[in-house]
Design a protein around this ligand. Structure first.
Ligand code: MLT
Length: 411
């Protein structure tokens, strides 16, 4: 008899978006003619940029010819992509990042989930609450937490509530933590952290020898000038921060899969004997052992994001989604519903009317007006009483959804 990893038994029954899909399928089976509008999972709807498609076609043709065929590529990613990433996202913003500090992957969900493998299991994890479920669930799987308690929190995890009352800005923890997950722009609240707040976190991490795991998957959606696009804009962060970036929401790669993780060589942790070690080296060891590189075709597509045409095309699509965000935010406000986010992020975080429990609001929205959203409680106990809508739908459906909420939803 083989034994199981019992940490998996501590997890909630299903991953949040799987549970939502299950409820929607069951509703659809009972109501086959319902005209469902999906504003739940943050999945893009607009096609890939033409520049990426063109580059991928060319790459396919290269693989068809003996002289240009390629097999395994470098596990960390091809230089042609890494150089463009560094030039556009870092050098132009005055940040120095080396080629061997970037690791291209099949997306930042994998990286955010896998990164905890290079950390000791005795580390204390701090997460914002609500939070993207991947950070917490993967630490539960690894055994870094205790069990789920009655108040909806896991033992041995530091929860940092982010609600309208504190302007969705997590307070520094009262007792020391080792691994701090920050997502900015935030999924699910759609809000951002100010430069000052991020500086406090970097200072905290430096003083406490903690590491910030900074998920910047939505950086391309920032519209306000003063919001940092990267944690490395903050002084001292290259000693304490690992950054995750994604092409999914930036350029429509949710299906094609490409992202990258930045680990400056100056980010270190300690072994039990007190000796210091680079996380970069550990991740390189993991990456080369468990991953054989993102597909060449996809990396050529990602490279094209940085071409002049690619940059113009992604801007156009992002503007399209952000226009949807405006429609949702303003529509909800006009319907008397308090709404946050949607200015620097594709997510709108609304307060459920009359403090309705968020799964009840999910069912009400689905049954009464056939709209799918995401219940705030699915992101953590402080998400209770909130609800997330995404702006990734098409504009016509977004407008129809808001019209239904305004005219048909009864409170
Ligand atoms: C979400 O809806 O939160 C995202 O689509 C999930 C993801 O990016 O994995």
């Amino acid at each position: 008899m083989a034994f199981i990893n019992e940490n998996y038994l501590k997890l909630p029954g299903s991953y949040l978006f799987a549970e939502i899909a299950r409820r929607v399928t069951s509703f659809k089976n009972e109501n086959p003619n319902a005209d469902i509008i999906r504003l739940g999972i943050g999945d893009v709807t607009q096609p890939l940029p033409a520049a990426c498609i063109q580059a991928m076609h060319t790459a396919v043709d290269e693989l068809a010819r003996q002289e240009t065929f390629r097999g395994y590529g470098p596990e960390q990613g091809y230089d042609f992509l890494i150089e463009k990433i560094i030039e556009t996202n870092y050098t132009k913003r005055g940040i120095t990042i080396g080629k061997d500090e970037i690791f291209v992957s099949d997306g930042s969900k994998s990286d955010c989930g896998n990164i905890q493998e290079i950390f000791g299991t005795n580390n204390i994890v701090a997460i914002t609450d609500p939070v993207y479920p991947v950070y917490l669930d993967t630490n539960i799987m690894a055994g870094r937490t205790g069990i789920l308690t009655e108040n909806g929190t896991f033992e041995n995890v530091t929860y940092m509530p982010c609600t309208a009352e504190n302007n969705f800005t997590p307070e520094l923890p009262k007792s020391r933590v080792d691994m701090i997950y920050l997502c900015c722009p935030n999924n699910p609240t759609g809000t951002t952290l100010s430069r000052e707040a991020l500086t406090e976190w970097v200072n905290y991490a430096r003083e406490n020898e903690s590491i910030i795991l900074f998920d910047a998957a939505y950086a391309a959606y920032i519209t306000e000038e003063d919001v940092p696009r990267s944690i490395y804009e903050i002084e001292g962060s290259k000693e304490v921060a690992i950054e995750f970036r994604s092409f999914s929401k930036t350029a429509g790669f949710t299906g094609t899969r490409c992202g990258y993780t930045v680990i400056p060589k100056t980010v270190t942790g300690r072994a039990q004997d007190g000796s210091k070690h680079d996380f970069n080296k550990l991740w390189n060891r993991r990456h080369t052992t468990k991953f054989n590189g993102t597909a060449y075709i996809i990396q050529r597509g990602a490279e094209a994001v940085y071409s002049t045409e690619g940059q113009a095309q992604i801007k156009e699509t992002i503007n399209y989604y952000m226009e949807n965000a405006k429609i949702i935010r303003e529509g909800l406000q006009a319907a008397g519903i308090q709404a946050f986010g949607g200015v620097n992020a594709p997510y709108i975080w609304l307060k459920t009317p009359n403090n309705m429990p968020s799964w009840d609001f999910f069912d009400k929205l689905l049954h009464e007006v056939n709209i799918v959203g995401t219940p705030g409680a699915g992101f953590g106990p402080s998400g209770e009483g909130y609800f997330r809508l995404t702006s990734f739908g098409n504009t016509e459906n977004t407008k129809r959804a808001i019209e239904r909420i305004k005219t048909k939803l009864k409170f």
